[in-house]
Design a protein around this ligand. Structure first.
Ligand SMILES: [Fe+2]
Ligand SMILES: [Fe+2]
Length: 184
């Protein structure tokens, strides 16, 4: 099973990860409130990995988390997974700017993201857990829900694409961005 999954994933990602219509639809449907908010849109101004900003990184993580859930055949709370992923790096500063970044950004940004998300949106327990624990195993505590475990995979998949260009998510990002622009 694991072998099959790995092969399947590698095969798909050899050139690029496909933009699947049904998953794009889920991101924009369940993420609409967040995607259209001023706070989330401001993430376009904050750099994350390489030349990727937090906005692009976050929509990418939401999509890839849904794809991981599909590959793992995991029955997940789709709206909570999408919303939690979109808000997982909602810390709202450029972490390269030492004046504005939280102390020990790597460890503390999930707490800052959660505080900002609580202020701007009404969250449920799964969404809170996704945001707070997405850095596992680099940071503790352990994820509580399967949706939080899935983001640990998705976040690292996207970071590897952004930093090392191991595979391309450009078509996913372009397809999502087009849809989001049309919603604004
Ligand atoms: Fe993060
Ligand atoms: Fe992230």
């Amino acid at each position: 099973m694991a072998h099959h999954l790995l092969l399947h994933y590698k095969e798909e990602s050899f050139y690029y990860i496909k933009a699947r219509e049904s998953l794009l639809e889920q991101v924009t449907t369940y993420g609409a409130e967040i995607l259209c908010s001023a706070g989330f849109q401001s993430e376009r101004n904050f750099m994350q990995h390489g030349i990727t900003n937090c906005y692009t990184h976050s929509i990418c993580v939401a999509y890839v988390a849904l794809r991981w859930a599909q590959l793992l055949n995991a029955k997940v709370d789709v709206p909570s997974l999408v919303r939690g992923c979109l808000l997982h790096d909602y810390f709202l500063y450029d972490w390269h700017d030492k004046e504005k970044a939280a102390n020990h950004h790597t460890i503390n940004h999930p707490k800052v993201a959660l505080a900002n998300a609580e202020r701007d949106f009404k969250l449920n327990d799964i969404e809170r857990d996704i945001i707070r624990k997405h850095m596992f195993p680099l940071c503790f505590p352990f994820p509580k829900y399967k949706e939080s475990w899935i983001i640990t995979l998705a976040d690292k998949t996207c970071a590897a694409s952004e930093i090392w260009h191991l595979w391309s998510l450009e078509n996913v990002i372009a397809a999502l961005d087009r849809r989001i622009q049309a919603m604004l």
